[in-house]
Design a protein around this ligand. Structure first.
Ligand code: HEM
Length: 470
């Protein structure tokens, strides 16, 4: 019985494979162009199993070695074209961006909220982006320095008793607090607590299997998302009543009116964008900060020079009885290069997803309408052509200007990260407190990586911290 079932299954899979080969051949000769080289694997499953059975870095690197800088594959139910050259990334994200729309699985869109700006193109995206960008501009974030400084200092102080912590987990607390500050300024403690509790349930369900079965992480996340809408609705209502006119992200979204003086953005759209920004800000920044702790630990000489730079600033601040300030954060060249090199080495956003909205021809290859298109940032950042000895952690490589489109940790084009300056500011402040006040030891297997979904050291880099001099 079992054998018959297996034979029938094999027969059907082979048939589907044959049909898909035929279909690809047809597509391959459309407009006289051919599909990029590569394999689409098995029907439906494609090469998803290969992707998940090895780490994504080796999956993409092996393909690039075999097929070159443009190749096709089939993962997570979608045919995809992967692009691993700076010119191709520029083509998709900048010069021909209108031919490629952002694309996310529906299940994820539902959790964040369908009106979040990164799901959109065109007028709506442009309008929202201006508002988000305003609240993340240099002028806006410089006012946040004292608050980010005190959030970071007290978070780090709480680790300093040699208790074993997960660095990533603790960094997430810092990046969440900074996200809240950017969005709401000072927020009432009860609101903050409610947002934190529900957001953490949403976060836990984000990478789980999407199902409506009660009790599953995804279903719990959907319920938490509903509660978040309610809390945000209350905060929005209270802000409107009080007419506070604050300049944070919520203020900027609430005060947005069109040429006729009408309110432009609904409360539901505001809520989706608040969750969207929290989502975009938290794990990304926390992952890079975790890698910084590891890279500095692994390179004592480098740590020493970062320390010297930061001790100098601390000394001035102690003498003048003042706290770290904005101007000082703009003058930390060594620490800044460590951040850039960490962004390159860790490449926590390994690639991004777009979908071709029409048949597109690139360098004689056809990218069929509806196919996913993925510029592979990590492959570019780890290419010896643009970064000699790419696996060496060497901040000095950022002393010279990079070739265009070879360094894109924050993406590129109309969807490039509006939070990049805030993220770097947060990291500089974290480095200042870390190296001037602490020594630390890493615990366990430090060279393995987990994808959650961004690459972070296994178990979030377990570590112990001690206050210097204690
Ligand atoms: C190290 C930390 C961060 C990294 C590496 C990072 C990286 C990125 C990348 C690569 C994109 C473009 C994605 C694409 O083209 O599909 C992006 C978009 C975005 N990021 Fe960040 N990000 C970071 C921190 C932040 C922070 C702190 C915020 C806000 C406070 C933020 C808000 C956003 C938003 C709103 C978008 C969508 C922009 C749009 O679609 O127009 N990010 N980020």
């Amino acid at each position: 019985m079992g054998e018959i079932f297996v034979s029938v299954l094999v027969f059907f899979l082979t048939l589907l494979w044959y049909i898909s080969l035929k279909k690809n051949k047809k597509e391959a000769i459309k407009n006289g162009t051919k599909l990029p080289p590569g394999s689409l694997g098995w029907p439906y499953i494609g090469e998803t199993l290969q992707l998940y059975s090895q780490d994504p870095e080796s999956f993409f690197a092996t393909k690039q070695k075999r097929y070159g800088e443009i190749f096709k594959t089939h993962i997570l139910g979608c045919p995809c074209v992967m692009l691993a050259s700076p010119e191709a990334a520029r083509f998709v994200l900048m010069t021909q961006a209108h031919l490629f729309k952002p694309t996310y699985p529906k299940s994820k869109e539902l959790l964040i909220g369908p009106s979040a700006l990164f799901f959109h193109q065109g007028d709506y995206h442009c309008r929202l982006r201006k508002l988000v960008q305003n609240s993340l501009s240099l002028d806006a974030i410089r006012t946040l320095v004292p608050d980010i400084d005190s959030v970071t200092a007290s978070a780090l102080d709480s680790w300093a008793n040699s208790v074993l912590i997960s660095t990533f987990h603790e960094m997430k607390k810092i990046s969440f607090e900074v996200g809240i500050l950017t969005i709401f300024g000072h927020l009432e403690a009860t609101y903050k607590e409610e947002l934190k509790n529900n957001y953490s349930i949403l976060d836990a369900g984000y990478n789980s299997f999407p199902t409506n079965i009660p009790g599953t992480p995804y279903k719990k996340a959907l319920s938490a998302r509903k509660r978040l809408s309610k809390i945000l609705g209350d905060i929005i209502h209270e802000r409107r009543e009080k007419r506070l006119g604050k300049k944070d992200l919520l203020g900027s979204l609430l005060n947005s009116i069109d040429d006729e003086g009408e309110v432009k953005i609904s409360d539901a759209q505001i809520a989706d964008n608040i969750i969207g920004v929290l989502f975009a800000a938290q794990d990304t920044t926390a992952s890079v900060m975790t890698w910084i702790v590891k890279y500095l630990h692994d390179q004592p000489k480098l740590l020493q020079s970062v320390k010297e730079e930061q001790e100098e600033i601390k000394k001035i601040n102690c003498e003048n009885n003042q706290e770290l300030n904005w101007v000082q954060t703009r003058n930390m060249p060594m620490s800044y290069k460590v951040i850039l090199e960490s962004l390159r080495m860790a490449s926590i956003i390994s690639f991004t997803f777009r979908e071709a909205v029409a048949d597109v021809e690139y360098k004689g290859y056809l990218i069929p309408k509806g196919w996913k298109v993925m510029p592979l940032f990590r492959n570019i950042h780890h290419s010896p052509e643009y970064f000699p000895n790419p696996h060496n952690f060497d901040p000095s490589r950022f002393e010279v200007a990079r070739k265009p489109n070879t360094f894109m940790p924050f993406g590129s084009g109309v969807h490039a990260c509006p939070g990049n300056e805030l993220a770097k500011l947060e990291m500089l402040i974290m480095i200042h407190h870390l190296v001037t006040k602490f020594r630390w030891e890493l615990v366990g297997t430090q060279n393995r990586v987990q994808h959650s979904p961004f690459p972070v050291p296994l178990q979030g880099l377990p570590a112990r911290f001690w206050k210097i001099g204690h």
